[in-house]
Each structure stands twice: as C-alpha cells, then as structure tokens.
Ligand binder design. Structure first.
Ligand code: AMP
Ligand code: MG
Length: 352
C-alpha cells in the first residue's frame, strides 16, 4: 500500500490536551485512521459511519473482511440510531459496566455500514473507560470503529510503541497516552441468544456478568479446540496474538508445570534452540536456563493480564525460537488470559 505520513502525538492520559485530541478528531471526520489508547488495548479508529474510511482499517491491519468491528461510543444516546432495540438486560449491563471493557451485540439498524458487521445482522458496541478515547469520540461526533491497532495475527498493542512497530507508515496518527490498563481486549457478549453467551472473554469476567445475568455461558470454543464447533465470533476463528517464536503453554499443578518446562527447555537448548520462558513471580527463580521473563504474580491476575501481550512481544524482540509459557487458572480474568495463550500458541496447550 501507499506509504502514509504517521504523526505521533503524546497526550496526557489523565488530563488530555483538547487541542491535540481535536486534531485527531478532525482526521477521523476526514475519513483518516487514528490509533488511540483505551483501557483495554490501543484501538485503530475510523469514522464508523463512513464505509470508505472503515475499508482503510482492513487494509492497514491486513484484517480478514469477514471479521466484524466494534463501534465505540462516548454516550449512551449515541446507540439509539445504530440499533433496532435496546433489550432490558443490555440496559442493566450498560448501567453496571459502562464505561468499561464490555462489548454488547445489538440488532443493527440500516445506518450501520455492512462492512462494520461483516454482513451479520448484529452490531458490536462498547463505551471505553479512557479519558482520551472518550474525548476523541465526542470531539469527532461519530461512533468510532476500532479494532486493536496491531497487524492482524500479532499480539494486541498495549503501548504506542507496539502500534508504531506494526502500523507506522500505514495510518495517519498515533495518540500516545502511555500504557493501557487492562491489557486484554473487551469481553464480547451476545444477548440475542438464550442463554446469553460470551463470544470472547475479556476485561469483564463471566463471574462479574453472572451478577446481572445468572444464566450467562461461555462459548464452548473459547478454551478448548473443538473441531465440530465453529466459534460464534468470527474473530475467534483466526490465529491471533501470535509471536514469531513457536509457543507452548503448560497447564496443571504448578510444581509439575515448572518441572516439565525445565526439562523441555533443557532438551531444546541441547538442540541449539534459544528458549524463552514465560514465568511468574512465584517461579521465575526456579529456571536456570533460557530467557526468563516474569509476567506477574499469580496472586495478582490483573497484572498478568496487563503484562501479557507486552511479554509475548518482548520474547520476539529477544529473538527466541521457542516460548514455553506457564498457564494460569481459567477463572475470573484468568479465562481471558488462557484464551489469549491458547490462540497465541495456536492451541498448543499441554496438560502436565
Ligand atoms: P478486535 O476489535 O480486533 O479485538 O476484534 C473485535 C472482536 O469482536 C472480534 O473477535 C469480532 O469477531 C467480534 N465481533 C464484532 N462484531 C461482532 C458481531 N456482530 N458478532 C460476533 N462477533 C463480533
Ligand atoms: Mg484484535
């Protein structure tokens, strides 16, 4: 594609400079692409009502056309023209979790371009919990379509540096607002089916959602490979978050995980491979060989979520051939972490 001049602007995340955000908003209104921080990961934004602008997102990211986008709004009033109806449960969830990392699927209205929904009859909408994102959306005056601001298939960006690595020369602006908080994408929830179903686990957990909708379920393809089932969310079909290195994830009892990773690392190093070990604070001193990086403490899963994608990218920077990663317990935010590890490793999850 034709090379684009990428302007990088630093913005104070706690007190965004209005004139800098307005520059970004003007680009959005002109049909251009602006990457910006949200509380989950960086998004690659375009005017969600402008089909030509949205096409540019797919080109810049190299994203498959059948993977729909999330529309980001800054006020609940913005939803009305985009959807057929707002179900009662959606209202309760919006009251409780917005702004925040929860994406809801609604029956779309004819105002939503079909490129956004990849031809589906539902549209995904969320209100991000980040001052820069909210200011950019309200200043643009349109819903902003924004997938994660990475090249398709790569780990999602949790800092402006990651966006620049992937998209420099392909987009018009990067708003650098520091590191993102949650570090994992939003939870995608489908309310149109019975029981309501989580299509992608994320920042709001199954346990959190059960407080409002007790019968909510996880799509069965989220944690296990299942050849007979197709994920309901098109994005979950694809290899995602993948490092350049080959990756394996070890799950089970922690002592067993450490023992097996040590053995496997020893074997690989003997074969002449460079090995990265994604450890945790509790285990990092147990490994004597390989490039060992702690992703955080097992007692603080939110920090593991926050660090995960950056850690995967760090192993690629260190040019390891193989990453051996410790798994975590798949509940609360751990469900989203294990889903990302499953995808990043191409399903190579080994039970010890
Ligand atoms: P991204 O913004 O790149 O993190 O990806 C957005 C995710 O939301 C992808 O997994 C999409 O498949 C999913 N998604 C968006 N719209 C819909 C929809 N209408 N139905 C099902 N999944 C959707
Ligand atoms: Mg993505």
């Amino acid at each position: 594609m034709e090379r684009i001049h990428t302007k990088i602007v630093k913005v104070n995340e706690n007190n965004p400079e209005k004139e800098l955000i307005e520059e970004g908003a003007k680009l959005i209104k002109d049909g251009k692409l602006v990457a910006f921080p949200t509380e989950t990961v960086y998004g690659l934004g375009a005017n969600g009502l402008d089909e030509e602008a949205v096409k540019k997102i797919f080109i810049a990211k190299n994203r498959p056309q059948d993977n729909p986008l999330i529309l980001h709004i800054s006020s609940v009033e913005q939803i009305k023209p985009l959807v057929e109806e707002i179900p009662k449960e959606a209202k309760l969830l919006m009251d409780r979790f917005w702004p925040g990392p929860l994406t809801l699927l609604f029956k779309r209205s004819s105002l939503v371009p079909s490129i956004i929904t990849a031809g589906l009859d539902t549209v995904a909408i969320r209100m991000p919990d980040h001052p820069i994102a909210l200011e950019l959306i309200s200043s643009s005056g349109v819903p902003i379509a924004a997938p994660s601001a990475n090249t398709s298939g790569k780990p999602s960006p949790t800092s402006a540096k990651h966006v620049i690595e992937d998209l420099y020369g392909r987009i018009h602006m990067v708003i650098d607002g520091g590191k993102t908080g949650v570090g994992l994408e939003s939870t995608v929830l489908d309310l149109s089916c019975k029981p309501p179903m989580i299509l992608r686990p994320g920042g709001i957990s199954l346990e959190d959602l059960k407080e409002i909708i007790p019968d909510v379920k996880l799509d069965l393809t989220i944690l296990k490979e299942n050849k007979n089932l197709t994920p309901k969310s098109p994005g979950q079909k694809y290899r995602h978050y993948a490092p350049i290195a080959d990756m394996f994830v070890f799950v089970g009892e922690l002592e067993g995980i450490v023992k097996v990773i040590k053995e496997k690392a020893g074997e690989l190093i003997k074969e002449g491979k460079t090995v990265g070990i994604m450890a945790t604070e509790e285990t990092k001193n147990r490994y004597e060989e390989g490039v060992v990086i702690s992703v955080g403490s097992r007692k603080d899963m939110a920090t593991i979520g926050h660090n995960l994608f950056n850690t995967i990218r760090l192993f690629d920077e260190k040019k390891v051939d193989v990453i051996l990663a410790e798994g975590v317990e798949a509940h609360h935010i751990g469900t989203a972490i294990m889903n990302r590890l499953k995808k990043a490793s191409g399903g190579k999850i080994i039970k010890v």
